[in-house]
Design a protein around this ligand. Structure first.
Ligand code: PHE
Length: 348
């Protein structure tokens, strides 16, 4: 009798506990923990109650078993209700946390833009292409022959010191000038030749106006009767297109082994119009490129008859052009990829 009461009591105790516990569950993890402890498996509280049946007299077993089964049915039903409730609750929580307000104005999409060097490069290509120049892109690794020797700069020539070279081996180097492309073109093709060769060049040089890697654009024209006057005429058109009408050019004597005569080309200062300002350091002129009449020796090195043909060549530094155009005094600003700087330059 004693035994019986304890067992029957524990049925109602368990029922009350289940009811109570169910109310405290906060999420489905706790819900399934609850299921393991109370409802499912051999060690669950319900199974333990069922096991108690053995201790009962046989006449009582049937009604006790029935009561446990009823409790079990009830408990599973309550569990299913809770499970449903929890699912809804958690869905609700998820909706809350993932809620988006579709009426908030979107952040403006950031539109990319071309790098100032690319802009300058494209502009110059457009100008020269309109004059009939074809593009030739050489390679960044060159042999000593193409970069120097064929350009009338043999080993031990003092002009080699003008450019601090990165050698990869005694034979191979990173080209120091796009002039190397002149040789490739003239070796392959007889005049008339009219090419423009943009590309990266490399020199061991590093300060506010020099970078170990920079970009040049080489021009080469070879035909019958080409003179320095043709170069000057072409450059006049060029500077007016880049720096505005009214910009003038002047040629100053210079030296390059592969041109004779060689010139340094200045244009009248586009900031002050030639009166003198901080940009042109009071001179009224700004140096923009190196050029000259192709040295006969270079033509001969490429198998072109220097009696029949002549030509001119020029080399423009693109970073320098961009620095002048955008009014920046440190070349590193062009290479640091600082979006604030690049964005500002793009607005100019
Ligand atoms: N290659 C020369 C330099 O890098 C520039 C140049 C090109 C000069 C063509 C004359 C003719 O300094």
């Amino acid at each position: 009798m004693e035994e019986k009461n304890v067992l029957w009591d524990s049925l109602s105790v368990l029922k009350a506990r289940i009811e109570e516990e169910l109310d405290t569950l906060k999420n489905s993890k706790e819900l399934y923990e609850f299921k393991n402890v109370y409802l499912e498996g051999k060690k669950s509280k319900l199974s333990e109650l069922m096991k108690g049946m053995r201790e009962l007299e046989s006449d009582e077993r049937a009604s006790y078993g029935k009561a446990v089964n009823q409790l079990k049915e009830w408990a599973f039903e309550r569990f299913a209700q809770m499970e449903e409730k929890m699912r809804e609750l958690e869905l609700q929580r998820r909706y809350e946390s993932e809620k988006i307000d579709l009426s908030i104005p979107a952040e403006p999409a950031r539109i990319g833009n071309l790098h100032p060097i690319t802009l300058v490069r494209n502009q110059l290509i457009d100008i020269f292409a309109a004059m009939g120049f074809e593009i030739y892109e050489g390679t960044e690794i060159e042999t000593d022959y193409y970069n120097f020797t064929a350009l009338n700069t043999p080993q031990d020539h003092p002009a080699r010191d003008m450019q601090d070279t990165f050698y990869l081996s005694p034979e191979f180097l990173l080209r120091t000038q796009t002039s190397a492309g002149q040789i490739h073109v003239m070796e392959k093709k007889q005049p008339p030749i009219k090419i423009l060769s943009p590309g990266k060049v490399f020199r061991s040089d590093d300060d506010a106006t020099h970078s170990p890697m920079f970009s040049q654009m080489e021009g080469l024209v070879v035909d019958k009767g080409i003179t320095l006057g043709d170069l000057k005429g072409m450059l006049d058109v060029f500077v007016q297109k880049v720096y505005g009408e009214g910009t003038r050019t002047r040629l100053r004597p210079s030296y390059f082994p592969f041109t004779e005569p060689s010139v340094e080309v200045d244009c009248s200062c586009f900031e002050c119009g030639g009166k003198g300002c901080s940009l042109c350091k009071g001179t009224g002129w700004i140096e923009i490129l190196g050029a000259g009449v192709v040295n006969k020796k270079v033509l001969e090195n490429c198998g072109i008859d220097s009696e029949e043909y002549s030509g001119f060549a020029f080399g423009i530094g693109l970073e320098r052009t961009a620095m002048l155009k955008y009014g920046i005094n440190n070349i590193k600003l062009l290479f640091n990829s600082d979006l604030r700087v690049l964005k500002q330059l793009n607005e100019k």
